[in-house]
Design a protein around this ligand. Sequence first.
Ligand code: NAD
Length: 498
Amino acid sequence: MSTIEHWIGGSFTAGSGSRRGPVFNPATGEQQHEVVLATRNDVDAAVSAARQAFESWSQASLSKRTKILFNFRELVNARVGEIAELVSDEHGKVLSDAAGEVQRGLEVIEFACGIPELLKGSFTDQASTGVDVFSFREPLGVCAGITPFNFPAMVPMWMHPVAIACGNTFVLKPSERDPSASNYVAGLWREAGLPDGVFNVLHGDKEAVDGLLQHPDVAAVSFVGSTPIARYIHQEGTAAGKRVQALGGAKNHAIILPDADLDFAAQHLVAAAFGSAGERCMAISAAVAVGSAGDTLMDLVSRKAAEIKVGPGRDPRSEMGPVITAAAKERIESLIGTGEKQGAKLLVDGRGLAVKDHENGFFVGPTVIDQVQPSMDVYTEEIFGPVLSTVRADDVDSAIDLLNSNPYGNGTAIFTSSGEAARRFQRGVRVGMIGINVPIPVPMAYYSFGGWKDSLFGDKHIHGPEGVSFYTRGKVVTSRWPHVDHASGASLHFPTAS
Ligand code: NAD
């Protein structure tokens, strides 16, 4: 069993503490590594390495930064397979899905390669007689990223390529459940020519996070994870004077209208609910079947869900892997039981699934629950597992009302052949990312990713233009290079254009 160490200032270190966390292989249920858990001293060491590196990195030319980003892009692209294997072994998701997440992270790196264009300011010639006005943006300093278990490669890549391209240095605190991909990526940054200390990986739990939130040299914190922790990060970070973007949990609804192609809708619903065992913040976990769509849809979805091949992520025949921990499996199975007790109808029951030769793996089978009421726990809780709950609605407006009364607002989708209904939906829902006949509408890297309401604390979405804005602050210069005319003098009046 190997020990996964911090990456600070360009070298591995076990840090100063003795606490360790287990890293499991969810497909076998066995512990495969232990990860060091940072102390406050380790936080200080990582932030201090990043603080020192900021002095020169923030002065590096755009040309130098861009060259390193392009190198990094090439390296990640060449190692998609290796990163995907690390992700699959510690997270459990199937290899093709893990490669897909690396690909989406790669797109953010490609976006960040265009940083000279993205950081261009504006210039106003002759704003007043002989006076020009121009703007530009500067990096913030040390930025911290705190990330969840479910996308151990992609979610950190939403942050560090953009932050570093903008001239910041970065301390990544990945999830302690699947920490290896972050160390691997640190090696690629180094190979790309990034100076030591610009990208650091600090492993740990609450102690590491609190250390970062309270550290006076951390300028900004990007967080992605569950809503209670996102709320906490935003409160603590902003109270300590930091810039914070904290993306939280989700309960993503898909509305299916009777005019939709129901077979198409069912296929996509199943993929969006059970891909990655439902452990995606953009997974569809609530279907809202409108009017006559309900019975046919449930029949199609149940048949397709029951056909999904569940198995270890490394087996190319597997379509869906295990969930992350034994505790997650227990919680998901218990919520399914509660749904049944509270009166919902269990159409496909994934509890108690045994996968041959992997009997101790953390597997839960695809589960479809119908006739769910909004008061039931399976509806109110973010289950974060392979469970699709279906609520019936009479019409599109009541479906939109249901969705809008949910505290989350991350993603949503509608399946319909009516442009009029789709437009009503896109304008009426209080949600950040919307799909029309697209169940998982994750924006491309050159847009920004983020939800509304309890799915995002802070005002900036992540990556894309808002990411660049988050990791920089603006300056506006008003300049005059006058012919010095001593006779005209200066006035005490408030300056106005002349
Ligand atoms: P989590 O909130 O438990 O952990 C996220 C990070 O916070 C981890 O690095 C963890 O070490 C740290 N953390 C955990 N407890 C903490 C505490 N008490 N104090 C300080 N830090 C703490 O989330 P998770 O279980 O790793 O990930 C799943 C959650 O993330 C789901 O709710 C999912 O919806 C959400 N998520 C959201 C998005 C999004 O874009 N909105 C994307 C991915 C995942």
